[in-house]
Write a protein that binds this ligand. Structure first.
Ligand code: HEC
Ligand code: HEC
Ligand code: HEC
Length: 469
């Protein structure tokens, strides 16, 4: 057989070549579809505004983009946002005011600085009775000031502006201010009406009852946090898990060395250590939903995230933790074994039987005896209804620290009830039991995101006047 390199162009080949060239030429003209976060044009006022910055990490990159949006709100990036959202003002030559022209710390500022606004959110929108978080507030502002109809969550430019606002609040060490000081404390009747959980009542006893119009929403957030499995959105009842946020974030998230959630509230947007990318508070909450609760993610605009975020901000306010403060007690620490102090599964089993089995049951699945006792209701620590393999607590050095500082109930960081050795042994014993597999970090989470952000929001109708804003 004779091979020939010559290839005769057929009519349809020529047609497709023409179509392709026209497309390429068009691409050259539609320059604006090109979003280039890497571009760092000079902006002296930006540099002055945020001060010296190590411009290397993901956070710094987003911060730099954020400050550029705020100082040059009519730049290509934001215009692109307005374009994709079919806003009316899309022409480059049209001068849209910069955020900083109105929102600054100067004497004749037209509005509060974005840092000062950061600590006021989430906030109640009285007209709709809905909770607005900062992300949503910026979106409303776009619609109001730049004219448009369709803002959406998960836009990187919105997150960059959030990083800027957060950074300004951090520099000034502001404390959350979501509860009015002069508000009336929520009544016992309302607390009963809202089916307030035993744990929330304890939290309110400790930190004071929430006050003002926002109080019922703070209570709702607390109820979701402490009774997560019973307070799912309609339609999610099929999901099988018995974990509540407060199963691990003890005392409704207000216990030191049990991942106090005031620390979470003041730390995001921030770099999340597990994957080095910038997480917003909502993303961090969603991560615990998926990995610790073994729960499906709710839509990004879900009222559930906003209510939890509000409750977290309130805990931070009551605990007087300034934005960005990295407290020593934050999170769950490590108890590491050493050659001399190696963990033993057999010793762990013995110590488990002696100290834990009474509540958590022989296999760690929980115990029928106490399941309906709100004071004890011990969550499963192993088995199909427990936290998944990728949860922080599934690493035995972290689990050992949680146990040492918190279990059996009554233990604290200062006064543990077990020795470090016992905690290590028990953690090792628990770690070799079964638990659900990790939510697949590639395919499944992409599917979750797609599924939840589109279908779920539509399905559960979180809409205001027909608009999903
Ligand atoms: C022309 C002045 C002006 C510009 C430009 C402007 N804002 Fe505002 N903004 C205000 C005022 C005034 C308020 C106070 C609420 C109100 O009166 O609408 C406000 C409120 C807000 C709020 C709180 C929402 C609310 O309803 O209280 C946020 C968040 C916000 N602005 C963000 C931004 C961002 C981000 C930009 C730039 C993309 C921006 N603003 C541009 C004047 C401005
Ligand atoms: C199985 C135990 C467990 C459950 C259940 C759980 N979490 Fe967590 N959570 C943790 C641990 C452990 C950390 C990580 C602390 C660390 O990184 O040191 C954490 C961290 C967090 C953080 C970040 C805190 C910080 O300081 O950065 C937030 C926010 C959070 N969880 C929210 C939630 C919410 C909301 C729920 C319920 C939907 C929940 N968690 C359920 C164990 C749990
Ligand atoms: C008196 C009953 C009781 C005893 C004894 C007890 N726990 Fe718990 N445990 C609880 C309760 C209740 C919670 C959840 C706190 C809440 O919901 O407020 C919990 C939470 C936990 C959690 C985190 C949530 C989860 O499901 O993973 C772990 C891990 C845990 N316990 C391990 C232990 C270990 C190990 C021991 C023994 C050293 C122990 N517990 C002893 C009642 C008990």
């Amino acid at each position: 057989m004779k091979l020939s390199l010559a290839y005769k162009l057929k009519k349809k080949d020529i047609a497709s070549l023409i179509v392709m060239s026209v497309f390429l030429i068009l691409l050259i003209f539609i320059k604006n579809i090109d979003y280039r976060p890497g571009i760092t044009l000079d902006c002296d006022s930006c540099a002055q505004d945020i001060g010296p910055m190590e411009r290397s990490g993901h956070y710094e990159e987003m911060l730099w983009n954020g400050v550029r949006h705020v100082h040059n709100s009519s730049n290509d990036n934001l215009i692109q946002f307005t374009k994709t959202n079919h806003l009316k003002f899309a022409q480059k030559e049209q001068t849209i005011g910069n955020c900083i022209d109105c929102h600054n710390e100067g004497a004749n500022a037209k509005a509060a600085s974005l840092g000062a606004l950061w600590v006021k959110y989430p906030r109640l929108d009285k007209a709709t009775g809905r909770i607005i978080d900062f992300e949503k507030a910026i979106q409303y502002e776009f619609v109001k000031r730049y004219g448009g109809t369709k803002p959406f969550y998960n836009d990187v430019r919105i997150t960059e502006i959030m990083v800027y606002a957060y950074e300004k609040a951090r520099q000034k060490k502001l404390v959350f201010d979501v509860e009015p000081d002069d508000g009336i404390p929520i009544s016992d009747a309302t607390l009963a009406e809202l089916n307030t959980s035993f744990t929330c009542l304890k939290v309110f006893e400790k930190l004071g009852k929430p006050k003002g119009d926002i109080a019922p929403y703070i209570t709702k957030g607390c109820n979701i946090f402490t009774n997560t499995t019973k307070n799912r959105p309609t339609g999610y009842g099929f999901w099988k898990t018995r974990m509540n946020c407060s199963s691990c974030h003890l005392e409704g998230g207000s216990k030191e060395y049990a991942a106090h959630i005031g620390d979470g509230a003041v730390s995001y947007p921030g770099v999340y250590s597990a994957n080095n990318i910038v997480y917003t508070n909502r993303m961090r909450i969603a991560r615990c939903y998926a990995h610790s609760i073994n729960e499906i993610l709710y839509g990004a605009n879900s009222e559930y995230y906003k209510l939890i975020t509000l409750y977290m901000a309130w805990i931070a306010e009551k605990s007087a933790i300034p934005i960005g403060e990295n407290r020593q007690s934050r999170g769950i620490h490590n108890v590491r074994g050493t050659a001399a102090r190696h963990a033993s599964i057999i010793a762990g089993q013995r110590a488990y039987v002696a100290n834990c089995q009474y509540c958590h049951g022989p296999a760690g699945y929980g115990s029928d005896r106490f399941d309906n006792d709100p004071k004890l209701s011990p969550p499963p620590i192993t088995g199909s209804e427990a936290f998944v393999h990728t949860a922080t607590l599934s690493y035995s050095s972290r689990l050992a620290s949680f146990i040492l500082n918190n279990m059996p109930p009554g233990a604290t960081h200062d006064k543990p009830l077990l020795s470090a050795q016992e905690a290590l042994d028990i953690a090792e014993f628990i770690s070799v039991q079964t638990r659900p597999a990790a939510p697949n970090t590639n395919n499944l989470s992409v599917l979750y995101n797609y599924f939840t952000n589109t279908t779920m929001e539509w399905w559960f109708g979180e809409k205001t006047n027909g608009e999903n804003i």
